[in-house]
Design a protein around this ligand. Sequence first.
Ligand SMILES: [Zn+2]
Ligand SMILES: [Zn+2]
Length: 226
Amino acid sequence: MLFPPVCGGCGKAGARWCLDCQGRVPLIAEPFCEKCGIPVRKAGLCEKCKSKPPVYRVMRSWAVFDSPVQNALHTIKYRRNVGLADSIANQMVEFVRSLYWNIDAVIPVPLGRKRLKERGYNQVGLVARPLSYELDLEYAPQALWKSRETRSQVGLTVSQRGENVLNAYQADPSVVKRKSILLMDDVATTGSTILACTDALLSAGALEVYVLTIARALSQQDLSRV
Ligand SMILES: [Zn+2]
Ligand SMILES: [Zn+2]
């Protein structure tokens, strides 16, 4: 190769995702909420899930939204780095297997029509597609779409985010009916988008929805950035 690949985590030449970065992935350590997966002090449910249980079955994230995963996601999102997305999917396979989720199909959180046209691709799909192949699961990105445009969630409060995406998604019953769905997103923040997508999938007859995100924003600083 004329140009050796550059690591999407640290920028070093040699591999798309180097061993150093692989070893530095900030995993979410136990104990975490059994439902939404955020770190808690004591095993069980977090306060939010106790007072208002989310409609999805369970949500888990592979890593904390921090370097080198944060850098990798940025590169996948803005530079369409397919090779790096493949490497990340590869890294996630064992994690997903270890969850023992009973899943029929994988669906990425869709972009709105306008954003998709600007960017040309859905960055979540770049990871969700190879992951579904590795897990030998149906990949059905066409089964969930955004039915109206929404404003960016950046800078909105939790309740504003919820309102912004309320009823903004729709799913195809002919694909999702009576199926157990793995809904996938790149970064989970407040979960508003994920809840809106879950609502759409369940309304279309999905049996249950499991949620997987590549990373999880845990600090207040993260929330204002994603
Ligand atoms: Zn690296
Ligand atoms: Zn929770």
